[in-house]
Design a protein around this ligand. Structure first.
Ligand SMILES: C[S@@+](CC[C@H](N)C(=O)[O-])C[C@H]1O[C@@H](n2cnc3c(N)ncnc32)[C@H](O)[C@@H]1O
Length: 265
């Protein structure tokens, strides 16, 4: 019996590692461009040349339609609709090309591989760090790590709070990593490394903290189960592991009613 409707693209898009959305986005735009060019050419042949506004509208509609067929998440549809009109609009502003290059370089330095990891930079707050501090096991010499440490706020705060434990951060994006390194420069019990946490062994840590996105959580849980020692603590802020009941959930009582999820390995 069929469990769910079959989809033309099931084999491609439901493969174990999904195609990154950026690849689908470019594909949808190119397909839309091809179809719109054909339609515009045909309209011209019939003596009804398309205005720029009509062509942009057609491109946006086709891009949304192809993105929908390619099963892109809903929020991508809006971006897909606005992309080409935004490009055309920006051309009309006549900025020097160097500004676009500078903007691109700045985005790369801050967001780095977000287009594949689907984990952008957004920061947790002091209230979260305090709660994590309250959950640390009550003994000296703990080794703790923040996977994707952003600007190093978590590492910096907890290293000051618990001077007899060691706090490590690992961050892939160059600029946040540099800022984190500078913030922890004079803290003997803190360090930030530039790198990919998927390549970092978690067996040395008593506490592993992650504030990422829903996308990596299933794989991260597998990594934690494989590498973390029995008795150690895995903490995720905001994002649960689908299908795995946490050992504890802590309500933050903030505006977003966010939660800390704790798993005792
Ligand atoms: C949501 S931010 C959290 C920042 C910080 N932990 C905090 O709580 O404020 C996630 C960070 O993880 C980083 N990141 C994503 N994937 C990564 C990876 N595979 N290795 C290292 N850092 C990664 C991103 O660059 C981003 O800075």
């Amino acid at each position: 019996m069929l469990q769910r409707p079959l989809h033309l693209l099931d084999g491609v898009l439901l493969a174990p590692k999904r195609v990154p959305p950026i690849v689908l986005a470019v594909l949808a735009q190119l397909l839309a461009l091809g179809l719109c060019s054909l339609l515009a050419w045909q309209a011209q042949a019939w003596g009804w040349p398309l205005s720029l506004g009509a062509a942009l509208l057609l491109q946006s509609l086709c891009a949304v339609a192809f993105s929908y067929v390619l099963r892109m998440p809903v929020w991508w549809l809006l971006m897909q609709a606005l992309f080409v009109p935004a490009v055309v609009f920006s051309q009309s502003l006549h900025f020097a090309p160097a500004w676009y290059l500078a903007g691109f370089v700045a985005l790369v330095l801050v967001y780095w591989s977000t287009f594949t990891t689907q984990v952008p930079l957004y920061l947790s707050r002091r209230q979260v760090w305090r709660q994590v501090g309250a959950q640390l096991p009550a003994r000296a010499g703990l080794r703790c790590i923040d996977l994707g440490s952003g600007l190093g706020g978590w590492v910096n705060f907890l290293a000051r709070l618990s001077r007899d434990s060691h706090f490590q951060g690992i961050e892939a994006a160059p600029l946040p990593c540099l800022i984190g390194k500078l913030r922890t420069l004079f803290q003997s019990n803190a360090a930030i490394a530039w790198g990919d946490f998927w390549r970092h062994d978690l067996s040395a840590y008593d506490v592993v903290f992650a504030y990422l996105s829903p996308v990596p959580m299933p794989d991260l849980w597998e990594k934690a189960r494989r590498e973390m020692r029995p008795g150690s603590l895995f903490i995720s802020y905001r994002f649960a592991v689908p299908g795995v009941v946490p050992s504890a959930v802590i309500e933050l009582h903030d505006l977003g009613r966010t939660q800390l999820y704790l798993w005792r390995l």
